[in-house]
Design a binder for this molecule. Structure first.
Ligand code: ADP
Ligand code: ZN
Ligand code: ZN
Length: 747
């Protein structure tokens, strides 16, 4: 038996794997992730390495293989536990071990530790101004420029200027700075900064009385935690029920006992306000990670965590791998969000990986959502997760009154506008009462489907339960089976000529609203208006300060913001996401509508929500309007079982891509043949190879093969065999192949 060992996991060169012989005295005692002592190099100097796997054979001359010396620590170091997690991810999601390790372990890039230099003015204002006059009289321009800038800074209440700014924008040489330093006018300071993204906030003695439901949820967790049990919990709480307060109480418990916690929040919901709430509670023992940090800054945050300088890490997906020494809790807020699935190999899901990490480290996982994913609720019903429920809003505010408007009837009544008559009347009413309105355009999953404006009929594939998408404005294509037909001139159901690709943008809605309500102050938030840094926050704070009456936007506006003065929410084209070629379309629609409707009436005043749709009878719309999660879950689960989709069954997508279409096609067919052989008599279905929604990007062709099985383990075994097959067959050399277990979209 041989052990595969990596010796340095904090540097980018992870790809060096060394083999060592397992001596008899260690036989059966080694576990993946363990830190081992090994002889290294010509002099056989003793160093430490991490065990990442075993082999029965060795790839080198067995005579030259050295023996492992021993286990270096009994307690697995944090790195070892992360290595073990990476090994699991490689197995569970496919890809190479290096890819998994790089995902899990904070890698030190060759980047200088960040040294910030700044220049501090040592004089008072008056003396400084005298000096300035002196420099100007001597025509010492650089000195004058620098001093002038420092004076301006001091007039704004700060003594310092960033060195970078001085040498760059102000174009002042270091020699000039040194000269002024000699004269004791200023001082050049520098220190190594661990950049802390949340600096200003102060810890407060902030306490809140939990509601009865919140307290009950917390106590269940507390009982387990106090007795050393870890588990996975699903906190299902309606919008505004105060899930965050429950998380914070749980974290307090964990931190109080010397543990640490990770809070995962989708990047889009990671606003200053959210972070501030944690900051008030835990002070500077909190840090955040987001996509704006440089790799160096990210590394620093991870280092602070490892050194015990913080207790709570907040961030999107990648924060899951924070190397805390005594991790006690992982919270995943908005657990249903699709961004929790990685789009890069290994294509891991945060939910599953967090639970695995919890298992490795003895930490609990709390999943929170107003609209739990089908997966999470399914696991609750299987007895794998414990359910915690918050059925009421924290201040007992009533949920909004929801009304569904059938847009087909609007058309019959002669209203061709995007806004129904009811919605227009309610907007006018709110403007008059000086209350606020949100108009939400459901554009998610928009894939150019064809629908009839008269009867609402959507054209679907004859062979699959998905809508067809339009290509080049004439042919309609099924993303699942490749079926194609010509776009019809009239509706096949009612013969109406009003059939076409449904399209309406936020811009058009803004124009219309401004024309119809000329006195209203209108804001728009979408991809276009949020390109500039901080514009997202700016729009939201303008609206929060009630400097605007109507906020129009895409799904961006429905996420986690409290606007107490919003008493009307209009959902336009509620069914737009329903007909994307995707098995999760119903679930996404339900989630979006529930979140959108949940925006209305968060304050004292009662709220209304209008849901405009061409499919008023669809269960996703009806159950969202009724705010009835259980009814939705039952219906949707029935559909998943019927179609054999996750979570009822497991689905493995194999994506193939390459520049040569023929080679790709051949490879796809070979891979399918091989998979079929591996499946043998097992209950696994293969579909494809088919073209995905976009069959070609940048001249790279794409194909996808689907494997469906009730048992995940069966799919892992087939995946492992395929990986071996691909590696030893040169026919796959020019093709990129990626595995995706239970993908978030199909097509
Ligand atoms: P959710 O995340 O479930 O939608 P939040 O945690 O954001 O809800 O809470 C909604 C609002 O209710 C917040 O303003 C929060 O401060 C307030 N809140 C939550 N719990 C309580 C409580 N027990 N007492 C008073 N206010 C609360
Ligand atoms: Zn029709
Ligand atoms: Zn089809």
């Amino acid at each position: 038996m041989y052990g595969n060992i990596i010796v340095d996991i904090t540097h980018e060169k992870l790809d060096k794997i060394f083999q060592y012989h397992v001596p008899p005295h260690l036989d059966g005692k080694l576990e993946i992730g363990m830190e081992l002592a090994i002889p290294f190099g010509v002099g056989n100097r003793q160093i430490n390495g991490y065990l990442i796997g075993f082999s029965e054979t060795c790839d080198f001359d067995p005579e030259k293989i050295k023996d492992i010396i021993g286990i270096s620590t009994n307690r697995m170091a944090i790195e070892g536990r992360l290595v073990a997690l990476a090994v699991w991810m490689k197995e569970y999601y496919g890809g190479t071990l290096i890819q998994a390790l790089k995902t899990v372990i904070p890698i030190k890039k060759k980047e200088k530790s960040k040294e910030k230099k700044r220049i501090r003015l040592l004089l008072d204002l008056e003396t400084a101004k005298e000096k300035l006059v002196f420099f100007e009289s001597k025509n010492q321009k650089a000195r004058a420029r620098l001093l002038q800038a420092l004076i301006a800074q001091k007039e704004h209440g700060t003594d310092c200027l960033e060195y970078q700014l001085v040498s760059g924008k102000l174009n002042v040489a270091l020699s000039v700075i040194r000269a002024l330093e000699e004269q004791k006018i200023l001082v050049l300071e520098s220190d190594r900064v661990f950049r802390n993204p949340v600096q200003q906030a102060k810890k407060e003695n902030w306490s809140i009385d939990l509601t009865a439901e919140q307290a009950k949820a917390f106590r269940l967790f507390q009982g387990d935690y106090a007795t050393g049990n870890y588990a996975t919990y699903l906190l299902h709480g309606v919008t505004g029920s105060g899930k965050t307060e429950v998380y914070m109480e749980m974290i307090r418990q964990v931190v109080g006992g010397g543990g640490q916690a990770i809070v995962l929040i989708p990047e889009i919901a990671l606003t200053y306000q959210t972070v501030l709430r944690f900051y008030r509670c835990f002070g500077d023992r909190v840090s955040i990670i987001n996509s704006r940090l440089t790799p160096g800054e990210r590394y620093d945050q991870m280092q602070r965590a490892k050194e015990g300088k913080i207790d709570v890490m907040i961030g999107p997906r990648s924060a899951l791998f924070t190397p805390f020494p005594a991790l006690g809790l992982i919270v995943i807020d908005e657990e249903h969000e699709s961004t929790y699935k990685s789009e890069q190999t290994p294509r891991f899901h945060v939910r599953e990986t967090a639970i695995k990490r919890g298992e490795v480290e003895g930490a609990s996982v709390v999943l929170g959502s107003a609209t739990p994913s089908l997966e999470a609720m399914y696991r609750v019903n299987q007895g794998e997760y414990k359910l915690l429920e918050l059925t009421k809003r924290s201040g007992e505010q009533a949920m909004a009154k929801v009304q569904i408007v059938d847009m087909r009837e609007e058309l019959q009544k002669g209203n061709r506008s995007i806004l129904s008559n009811v919605l227009s009347a309610l907007i006018a009413d709110r403007l008059q009462r000086q209350e606020q309105v949100m108009l939400f355009l459901n554009r998610r999953g928009f894939a150019g489907f064809v629908s009839c404006r008269t009867c609402g009929h959507v054209i679907k594939c004859n062979h699959c339960d998905v809508s067809l998408s339009v290509h080049r404005n004439e042919r309609m294509l099924c993303h699942y089976c490749g079926y194609e037909e010509k776009k019809p001139e009239v509706c096949p159901l009612c013969n109406s000529p009003h059939i076409g690709v449904f399209q309406a943008g936020t811009q058009q809605i803004e124009d219309l609203v401004k024309k119809k309500f000329p006195t209203a102050r209108v804001l728009r938030m979408d991809m276009d208006t949020t390109k500039v840094k901080d514009s997202h926050e700016k729009i939201l704070s303008t609206f929060a300060n009630e400097e605007a009456d109507i906020l129009i936007g895409t799904q961006m506006i429905v996420k986690g913001h409290d606007f107490p003065n919003v008493t009307l929410v209009g959902v336009l084209a509620a069914d737009m996401s329903l007909y994307s070629a995707d098995y999760r379309a119903g679930e996404r629609t339900f989630q979006l509508l529930t979140q959108a409707v949940g925006r209305a009436g968060r304050g004292e005043k009662k709220g209304d929500a209008i849901v405009q749709t061409y499919s008023p009878d669809h269960y996703a719309i009806l159950t969202a309007a009724a705010q009835d999660y259980d009814a939705f879950y039952q219906k949707e689960m029935g559909y998943r079982r019927w179609m054999g989709y996750p979570p009822a069954e497991n689905l493995l997508a194999v994506y193939l891509s390459g520049k040569d279409e023929i080679v790709l096609e051949t490879a796809g067919n070979y891979l399918k043949k091989f998979a079929n052989k591996m499946i043998g008599t097992q209950d696994v279905k293969i579909i494809g190879p088919a073209s995905p929604g976009i069959g070609k990007i940048n001249d790279v062709y794409r194909k996808v093969l689907y494997l469906k099985a009730s048992n995940y383990g069966t799919l892992i075994k087939i995946k492992n065999k395929m990986e071996q097959y691909i590696e030893i067959n040169s026919g796959f050399n020019r093709i990129r192949i990626q595995f995706d277990f239970n993908p978030m979209h199909v097509g």
